[in-house]
Write a protein that binds this ligand. Sequence first.
Ligand SMILES: [Zn+2]
Length: 98
Amino acid sequence: MSRVVKTRITKPKEETYTAEVRCDLCGALATSPESYYPWEKSYDVVRPEVRMQTGTNYPEGGSGEIIFFDICPECFASKVISAIRALGAEPTVEDWDC
Ligand SMILES: [Zn+2]
């Protein structure tokens, strides 16, 4: 065997993370703040999204801006849909399966 593997303790590094997410409308606390989908838990799929991403994207990389709101599922169903309907739009509803 020409490879020797050992174990060592490395210096902890400082990093930022999202420790808490609250609904921008009602203040409800999200269940999984570090997740990209903070309103999900275990195997449930709950992904309310109100966002717009703009910028440039090339094969070697890209950058830009994301404008978004943290909206809980209850406010999405009871407030966001009715607010957008009040602007004159009807939502598209599709089934999904994977
Ligand atoms: Zn809410």
